[in-house]
Design a protein around this ligand. Sequence first.
Ligand SMILES: Cc1cc2nc3c(=O)[nH]c(=O)nc-3n(C[C@H](O)[C@H](O)[C@H](O)COP(=O)(O)O)c2cc1C
Length: 143
Amino acid sequence: METVEIQRLVYASTFNLGRIDSAPVALRDILSASRRNNSRDGITGYLIFDGETFLQILEGPKAAVEATAARIEADKRHRAMSVLGFRPSSDRLFPNWSMAGYLRSPTHQEVFARHGFAGKIDRSTLSEHRVVSMAVELSNVAV
Ligand SMILES: Cc1cc2nc3c(=O)[nH]c(=O)nc-3n(C[C@H](O)[C@H](O)[C@H](O)COP(=O)(O)O)c2cc1C
């Protein structure tokens, strides 16, 4: 148990394909800044990216999660951020990751299919629960 209450934020957003950055390069850059900042700010989490849609979970003290989310929302590398859930939690789901990054690959396609994402991620069908359960499963088999 942590002394500070943990909040968990789950959101989806859409990648703004850069003129220079490919999806893997964008993800690499995002993760290096995330790991630096999040370890300083007491934030952990998981980021799933399929080249088009980002699904991210941020967990940590409320003020730190809010400040990080505000910074992320202003980032021109993506748009249309929609929050799927923001709630207190007694535990961290990703205590060992300042930010894990998973770039979708055919290797774990069955995990996506099991969570209803056999094809492209359809943002209109997303829910907090589906994103969290898929991220937990991916964290056990991948990154
Ligand atoms: C999808 C996405 C997820 C991101 N996740 C984080 C994150 O978890 N933590 C973080 O500090 N920055 C994250 N960023 C980057 C921020 O938008 C911002 O560029 C960065 O925090 C700036 O940090 P710096 O001033 O140290 O370079 C993310 C950006 C995108 C597009």
